[in-house]
Write a protein that binds this ligand. Sequence first.
Ligand code: KIV
Length: 266
Amino acid sequence: MAVRKTNILDLGRMKVEGAKIVMITAYDALFARIFDDVGVDVILVGDSLGQVVLGHSSTLNVTMEDMVRHTEAAAQGRKRAFLIADMPFLSYQTGPSDAIRNAGRLLQAGAEAVKLEGGRNAAETIRAISSADIPVMGHIGLTPQSVHRMGGYRVQGKTDPQRERLLDDAAAVQEAGAFSVVLEGIPAALAEEITRALSIPTIGIGAGVGCDGQVLVMHDLLGLFDEFRPKFVKRFGELRKPVEDAVGAYAAAVRDGSFPGKEHSF
Ligand code: KIV
């Protein structure tokens, strides 16, 4: 039976109907297939790739080549979920023609939309990419590519001027043509206010329950990533321990000669 693909119209409809949108990151075919089978709505090939897969300390080192390779891999695994790829640092800040070309490369790699960070300052870029018929998801609030400007990974929108700026950023992103926007690291009441003000779906991470959907990094929710644990992360599994136990058992069995047994030999 043909699989009914999720598309941007479905996501818009979910906001209208009040059905929460489930989004999760994946960076390869295996996990994209598992998450697709579970029935998540959206898979994001996030530039969190830099930290959770490639071992960097921020997302700033991630390149277009990294994103293309991992988008191609995730696209092989998903059948139904909507696939979004992050535009990495310097792939869109250098001007609209770079932005369109790089967004197009991610679509050619199998993504159905791209995500980029920024509010009013990114509106022209969002408009340019959208006018090339490439759907864009915005990302405002705590934007990890701006870690140095923010002075660290800090909750945004706690003061009145910041709150006004975020309301304006959200409106600018929608007005520029984004089909959805991620709200990261902002107070729950502000995220709810933005969600009510916008007609496009909001996806929260560290932004409370009032958003139209939620996203988490797969390694965080599965309990695989221990380097830091932001307050907004809920670990829905503790997979690091069973992985350590299994690999420890394998190492012990190799060392004591109990593996491979006759049943594993030809
Ligand atoms: O890179 C990423 O994984 C993200 C999500 C956390 C929103 O941008």
